[in-house]
Structures are given as C-alpha cells and as structure tokens.
Design a protein around this ligand. Structure first.
Ligand SMILES: Cc1ncc(COP(=O)(O)O)c(C=O)c1O
Length: 435
C-alpha cells in the first residue's frame, strides 16, 4: 500500500536529517502505516506517492486555508511567474500586497514581508529590544511554537547548541494567568523588552487577559506582541486582534497569508516599524531584509488569497464545518464509550484532539493508533484543522472514518494497550532531548 513511500523514506533519511524539512512532518510524528510522502493535492484531498487518496486535515501545517491548488491563487501566481520573480529594485506588487494587508489588519500602520513566521517573530523581538534598550523577553509557556531562533528553541528540551546566556534572557508566563505576567515584571523590573503570545489557542481569553496584559506592558514600558500566525484569517478576517478588539504594538502573520506560499509579515505601529526605515534620525534597526522577502509570485498569492478571504465567507465556513465535525466526533466517541479518551479540543476553525490511554493520561501510542486507523479509512488527520475546501461530503466521510477508527480504539482501550493493534512504534513529541 505504501511501497513507493517506503522506498523514498530510505532515500530521504540518507539525504535529509530527519527525512523531512519540517519536524512536524517527520516519520516520528506518524504511525508506520502512513503515507510517507504526498505527491499532490486538490481542495481538501491529497494523493500520496503510491496514489492513495486522503481527505487531509492540518493542510500544510495550517497554511492552505482555502484548499490545495486553489484556482484563483494558482492563476495569480502563474500570471506573476511569467513576469519574473525578483528584480534589482522592489516590484509594485510589494506596495500592493502591503496596502492589501494593512487594509485588513486595521490597527496596523506599516508592514514588512518576509518568508516565514519565525523570521517575522525574530524581527518583532529585535525591534522590541532596540526600542526599549532591554534584553529580556517574556513568552507564553502554553503556546507551543514561536520561532526556530535561539530565544524560543532555548526554552524547549531540545536546546542543544544554545548558549545559557541566551536561554536566560527568555522568561515565561501562563495564558489567562495575569498574575504570572505581573510576577515577571516584578521579578525583572525594567528588564523586559516585550511580551509575546498568541491571542488564543482555542478558548477565548478570560477576564480581559489580553487587554490586562497589554495594560501591564504599557505600565512597565514593554512592547506587546501578538503572534497571529495561526489565528490570522482563521479567527476573523482581521485576525484574532480584530475579534478581541485589541490593537497590539506589533503582530505577526504567516501560515494562511498566501494559502501555502511562503509569505509572512510583521505589522505594527508606525512609530516602531519606521525605525527599520531610512526616513528618521534615530538609531537604525536592522528590520527584515531578506533576498526573497519581495518575491513576486508569493506576494501575488497573498493578494489573491486575501481577496478571497475578504469576498467569501471563509471564516463562517470554517466555523460551520468545524462545529459539525467536532459535534460528530464527540457523538461518535460517546457512542463507542471512549469520550474520556478521545477528546476534541480547540475552536471550530482550528480543531485538534487529545488521545488519552486507559489510565486517562495523554498517550502517543493511542495517538498513533487513532492516526493509523483514520489513514486506513482515507483520512490523514494529525489535527482536525480544516479548510474552505472541506465540504459537507468530506466531513461526512471523515466521520465514517472516525467511527471505524474509534471501534478499534475502544478495543485497544479494553485490552489495556495498543500492542495487538498498532503496527510500529508510537508517535513522539517533537521537542525531546534524545531520539
Ligand atoms: C504560532 C506560530 N508562530 C510562529 C511559527 C513559526 O512559523 P514558521 O514555521 O513559518 O517559521 C509557528 C509555526 O508552527 C506557529 O505555529
């Protein structure tokens, strides 16, 4: 069933550390009986290297919000490709894309594009440090990923190669726990350059947590940064900041911004952003200057995607399908008597699930089993984050797959473990010290 994938896997591991260019796509994240390589996608469907078809969830690490090869985006890219992709001076499309994004993220006054969310967040941190003259940064410990850079990776168990001096500069607080933010400002008076967090991972912030955190930042002279790499265009057209009616000093967008093409952005207040420019008399800040930052076809994709987000009911569709999917999975889990072991979580537009073993503790073995059984029934679902291309029929087919998978899941729970059911080892968490 996965012969070509299995052959490619050996070549991949010989040529590429980890066999993939993104840890979240790696072999240790999926069961053995899974498609190792995806050869093409259309809408919410993908076909693996062996020609097997799947309904996909997660959609390119949540980048492909409209669907794979979305025609309007593809046409915009094709038109731009014929005109060339990178020149000695900026292209008009850089201005057009900037104005389009700023008209959507209404609180932001300036934008700089780059290629990935990490680089955008790195720039936010650099700018915050420059304007405050402070070194320390505060990040939310409940949010799993901000950047590939030392200031974030240093906080994970996989921190080899990162100097202690750098690690010590990042301190953490808890989401929805204002006291934990306040404690940091007390413990490090006048030292914190910025507070960075996602506006939400699923549930809405409680007791005005975002606004109160911003107030603390103002009181203590720190820059307030929202990471909208996931929430952008998904929680609301204008990002979670629009939904929660808050205007951060700086925010970052990526992922869905260009529906799968590599475009991300740092946006924010003019007074801060302009320090990266050449029309001021203050000390300059090196703010995002990359060879590929203005790559024209990526920006063409971003403009096309943003116009669809603006014109069509994308957020409402995600909300509706996500609500159906979550309710369907919860009903099925209940029907199989496993509702305390397979738990759907998150916002309808960005669903995930937790797999808990017989003892009620999170279980990678049961996660692997659930993925394996979904895959066997045509659903590739490391999460349940869906796209504008997931139609009723796709959600219905997915629920059939979930039904079959949960029957096996329930038998494994009854047996006290996955041994007789799972082919190969359990999946693993990305951030661990050893292989
Ligand atoms: C919330 C968040 N911020 C930043 C990033 C980093 O983005 P990138 O992988 O494009 O560098 C991610 C990646 O998963 C993310 O989920």
């Amino acid at each position: 069933m996965f012969e070509r994938s299995d052959a490619l896997r050996e070549r991949a591991h010989a040529a590429i550390p980890g066999g993939a260019h993104t840890y979240a796509k790696g072999d240790d994240q999926f069961p053995r009986r899974s498609p190792g390589f995806i050869a093409r996608g259309l809408g919410c469907r993908v076909w693996d290297a062996d020609g097997n078809e799947f309904i996909e969830y997660g959609m390119g690490l949540r980048t492909v919000l409209l669907g794979h090869a979305f025609p309007e985006v593809v046409r915009a890219v094709e038109r731009q490709l014929a005109l060339g992709t990178n020149y000695a001076r900026p292209s008009p499309i850089e201005v057009e894309a900037a104005e389009e994004l700023l008209s959507i993220v209404t609180g932001a006054e300036m934008v700089k594009f780059t290629k990935d969310g990490s680089t955008a967040n790195n720039a936010a941190v650099r700018l915050a440090r420059a304007v405050t003259g402070r070194d320390r940064i505060a990040i939310c410990a409940d949010h799993p990923f901000f950047s590939t850079e030392d200031w974030f990776i240093g906080t994970t168990p996989m921190n080899a190669g990162i100097p202690k001096a750098v690690r010590d500069l990042t301190v953490t607080f808890r989401y929805d726990d204002l006291a934990s933010v306040a404690r940091l400002f007390e413990a490090y008076p006048g030292e914190i350059a910025c507070v960075i967090l996602e506006a939400s991972r699923g549930d809405d912030p409680k007791d005005g947590f975002l606004h109160e955190t911003q107030r603390l930042c103002r009181r203590h002279g720190a820059v307030f940064v929202l990471d909208e790499n996931i929430t952008g265009f998904r929680w609301h057209l204008g990002g979670a900041q629009r939904l929660y009616r808050i205007t951060p000093d700086l925010s970052t967008f990526g992922k869905a911004l260009a529906n799968g093409f590599a475009v991300s952005a740092l946006v924010g207040r003019r007074e801060l952003m302009e320090l990266g420019g050449i029309r001021h008399d203050r000390e300059r800040v090196f703010l995002l200057s990359t060879t590929h930052g203005g790559e024209t076809h990526g920006l063409a994709a971003a403009i096309a995607a943003m116009r669809v987000y603006r014109r069509e009911p994308v957020v409402a569709h995600l909300e509706r399908q996500g609500t159906r999917l979550a309710a369907g999975v919860r009903d099925l889990a209940k029907g199989h008597g496993v509702e305390r072991h397979l738990v759907v979580a998150g916002r309808p537009c960005n669903l995930s699930f937790a797999t808990l073993g017989p003892d009620g503790a999170p279980s990678q073995a049961f996660r692997a089993l659930f993925l394996q059984e979904l895959i066997a029934r045509g659903a590739l679902a490391p999460s349940f984050a869906l796209s504008y291309s997931h139609r009723d029929v796709d959600v219905d087919r997915t629920l059939e797959a979930v039904d079959g998978a949960l029957a096996v899941y329930q038998r494994a729970l009854e047996a006290g473990g996955v041994e007789r059911f799972l082919d190969g080892p359990p999946t693993r968490v990305v951030f661990r010290r050893y292989c």
